[in-house]
Ligand binder design. Structure first.
Ligand SMILES: Cc1cc2nc3c(=O)[nH]c(=O)nc-3n(C[C@H](O)[C@H](O)[C@H](O)COP(=O)(O)OP(=O)(O)OC[C@H]3O[C@@H](n4cnc5c(N)ncnc54)[C@H](O)[C@@H]3O)c2cc1C
Ligand code: HEM
Length: 406
């Protein structure tokens, strides 16, 4: 008989009721916490209490801990046996399973509810993303929120295989020819509701810094490259980023200019031969900036404003800064000192930089909203997405990029 299936009567358990010789029963299982008690995060005294020591402490345990505590290997091995004739009542949720608890899931995806916007494909998509998040993302999210490091490379690699990095930009031409979630969704059928489901499922990690670290910069920094970049530059950068090998961020804000984008000071001056921009200035609060390879940068010029794609190189320095969420987001202060940028890396016309920047903000607002506001924003996405679908079904084609993305 293994240690896990050894049988003990309640009377036997009761004899182990003091510090150094301490057993408890939780949901029909017997745990020997004699040595663990001194290290228990909730303290020793709560375990030596006469209502707990040697007793069935199921109710006390579940009032204070989530079930997952008992699934952690270091605690699971405290189990030494079971109580004969009793069976486990609280069962762990299978990875990827949806909850039966009322309102624990978005009602519009719950069986028995109807929504005109969601199809069976959306429901299958939710289950697939849920499973991926719980298997691949969640363990890394918890570890990285703890140590403050950027999301692990293997998570980006796995996301890339299913084209999740690309899908995080929402529907659009960047999905053409890509197999999404192993073929679960056709690129032309991926709509804002799929994107909304993905955002909600990833938000379940409850790790805002980490989930922004997981491609927040791509969501907002890559669209200007896709929409305004020269094809050779665009295709290379898009491949690098969607394959999870390289990272991009959007660098607009400065200590001098936040809401007032037109007030930014970072300056780009043409070299005398006209082949390069020479960039000098700073950027602040740049999500993913600390580990990005590419920077989509708003600059002032003699003609007004311009947006440039700058590669990490000499003269580009990034410094991780602490913000109100974790450093897993890789939020950075950036300095550009005499950085030489080929004119081919110009995104949109010189003098029209503000247009490029503002056209990018609609979708950004939806994807980077804080968790506290996400429900509200999701409702807004619903309206916008509803309008998008209504237009499509009337055969009017897609809205402009900025409107269709959200
Ligand atoms: C988590 C996080 C991540 C970020 N990531 C990025 C990033 O990746 N790239 C990037 O470029 N930037 C990023 N930012 C910066 C962000 O875009 C700026 O914080 C934002 O533009 C606001 O600027 P500010 O903080 O300087 O606030 P301010 O512009 O100083 O505004 C302060 C307050 O004044 C109000 N206000 C400002 N102007 C007016 C006005 N004219 N009328 C009425 N009220 C006004 C604002 O609503 C706000 O309440 C990030 C910020 C955060 C918090
Ligand atoms: C096998 C038995 C137990 C294990 C493995 C265990 C483990 C833990 C862990 C890991 C925490 C940290 C918080 C968390 O991760 O949820 C914790 C907190 C705590 N535990 Fe336990 N525990 C056990 C039994 C009990 C029992 C029987 C009680 C009964 C009173 C108890 C009371 C507490 C309290 C009061 C806290 C602090 C809760 C808080 O911070 O809000 N624990 N325990």
């Amino acid at each position: 008989m293994s240690a896990k299936t050894a049988e003990f009567t309640k009377e036997e358990v009761e004899k182990h009721n003091k510090a150094g010789d301490l057993w408890i029963i939780v949901d029909s299982k017997v745990y020997d916490v004699s040595r663990f008690a001194a290290m228990h995060p909730g303290g020793l005294s709560v375990l030596t209490d006469e209502e707990v020591a040697g007793q069935d402490a199921t109710e006390a345990f579940f009032s204070l801990h989530r079930y997952e505590v008992l699934q952690r290997p270091q605690y699971a091995r405290l189990q030494i046996g079971v109580i004969p004739g009793e069976s486990q009542v609280v069962k762990p949720k299978a990875i990827g399973a949806l909850s039966d608890v009322p309102y624990a899931e978005p009602t519009w995806l719950t069986s028995g509810y109807h929504s005109p916007y969601y199809t069976d494909n959306h429901r299958k998509f939710q289950v697939a993303i849920r499973k991926f998040v719980e298997e691949v993302i969640l363990p890394d999210a918890q570890a990285r929120e703890e140590d403050g490091k950027r999301p692990s490379q293997h998570v980006f690699d796995e996301m890339a295989k299913l084209n999740i990095i690309a899908m995080r930009l929402g529907p659009g031409k960047h999905l053409q020819g890509r197999q999404l979630m192993g073929g679960l969704v056709k690129a032309e059928e991926f709509d804002p509701f799929h994107e909304l489901i993905m955002a909600q499922e990833i938000a379940r990690c409850n790790a805002r810094g980490y989930t922004d670290g997981l491609g927040g910069g791509t969501c907002i920094g890559l669209p200007p490259v896709i929409n305004f970049g020269k094809p050779e530059i665009r295709d290379k950068v898009v491949d690098d980023v969607f394959s999870g090998k390289k990272f991009v961020c959007l660098a607009i804000s400065e200590a001098f200019a936040g809401s007032d984008v037109a007030g930014l000071k970072c300056f780009a001056k043409k070299s005398e031969d006209g082949k390069h921009w020479i960039v000098n200035g700073t950027k602040k609060w740049i999500t993913n900036g600390a580990f990005s390879d590419y920077f989509t940068v708003g600059c002032r010029t003699e003609k007004g404003m311009v947006v440039l794609l700058i590669e990490r190189q000499e003269g580009v320095e990034t410094k991780l800064i602490k913000t109100s969420y974790s450093t897993a987001a890789g939020t950075a202060f950036i300095t550009f000192e005499n950085v030489k940028v080929p004119v081919e890396n110009t995104l949109g016309p010189d003098g029209k930089g503000l247009h490029v920047i503002l056209s990018n903000f609609n979708h950004e607002r939806c994807v980077s909203c804080p968790v506290e506001a996400s429900r509200l924003i999701m409702i807004l996405i619903h309206f916008e997405a509803g309008a998008w679908r209504a237009l499509q079904s009337r055969g009017k084609g897609r809205l402009s990029k900025s409107a269709s993305n959200g």
